[in-house]
Ligand binder design. Sequence first.
Ligand SMILES: Cc1ncc(COP(=O)(O)O)c(C=O)c1O
Length: 388
Amino acid sequence: MRPRDLSTHTAYEAGRGAEEVARELGLDRVELVKLSSNENPHGPSPRASEAIRAVADAVHTYPKSSHTDLLKALAERWGVAPNQVWLANGGDGALDYLSRALLDPGEEVLVSRPGFAYYAMSARYHHGRVKQYRLRKSEDFAQTAAGVLEAYDGERIVYLTSPHNPTGSEIPLDDVLEIAEETDESTLVLVDEAYGEFTAAPSAAGLIEGQSGSGDEDEGESDRREKGTIGDGENVPTAEREDVAVLRTFSKAYGLAGLRLGYAITPASWAGAYARVNTPFAASEVACRAGLAALSDAEHVEHTVSSARWAREYMHEHIDAPTYESGGNFVLCEVGDAPNVVASLQESGIIVRDCSSFGLPECIRITCGTHEETHRAVETLDDLLEKW
Ligand SMILES: Cc1ncc(COP(=O)(O)O)c(C=O)c1O
């Protein structure tokens, strides 16, 4: 007896863990600066930590009301109905639910190269096939409707990532809209906004059918607009599209990567599909309670976002190698021989992401750290590049 033929599947290569590297190098964990997985260097919201502690003695029950409460809170935030929110075990889990709900065996999806590996993995797990569109370094990895549509050939799902991992590039909403308009009615345009909080650009959620634009998100956004953390909202297209969905996560700006909590915002007319594809109790009691608490802590997100913006600017200005504009909490940097640079940095206690697995063996991706971590990483990298 064997598993089915998995030869076209590839294993996900995560950024290296600090514990793992510390053990390998015989160092203490605290001596390492881990900037390889786009995590939040400031940790979770203190309110989320408190909620996790508070729920510890209640995890013998299935998550029922907490799941309902979190759906409600997210629905209010985005101005959609609760059944438009597909809560899952991380954004990755939401990608799986979308694959389950959309893909018939043998159907194709269109993903970017370079790009986030799990789109293709999820499609293959669900008996789908994968095609790619290119983002070109010579064009600073620009994402455009023309570039995507040139490669498009009736695929069932087109994945867009904005801000894009690992390049940091963004796709304007007008281009998202054009892609939705120009592709078949049966094609879903999925906009992955895992790093959405870090950009000044508006969310593609406004394009989704059933989004009233009257949720808390508007209040939140107007606050953020005042603080200059999102765009001014003028000329933001809205639409009632039943072929656009958005992915968001608590792993990045909310600092809850270890909890595994994410969700998709889907069109109103898909109502009922989630209930037919999700795992019973799709997010844990701990995750739901922590998610609710984190949502209420705007200060933590603001601090995280402004710190990331500082760090990415600092990296652009001070790294003695080409870097790319980034809307996320990381910067792509062209260093030549990424595997060797990563190995040398690691010996100095700095862990960053080698982008070879993204098809960019000359690039590394550095997550925005705290001020101290970012200074140390940049200084160590520059010293290394000087000797190289
Ligand atoms: C572009 C993108 N989408 C989705 C995810 C999934 O994140 P999670 O499953 O932790 O929510 C990640 C994680 O790094 C990502 O980079």
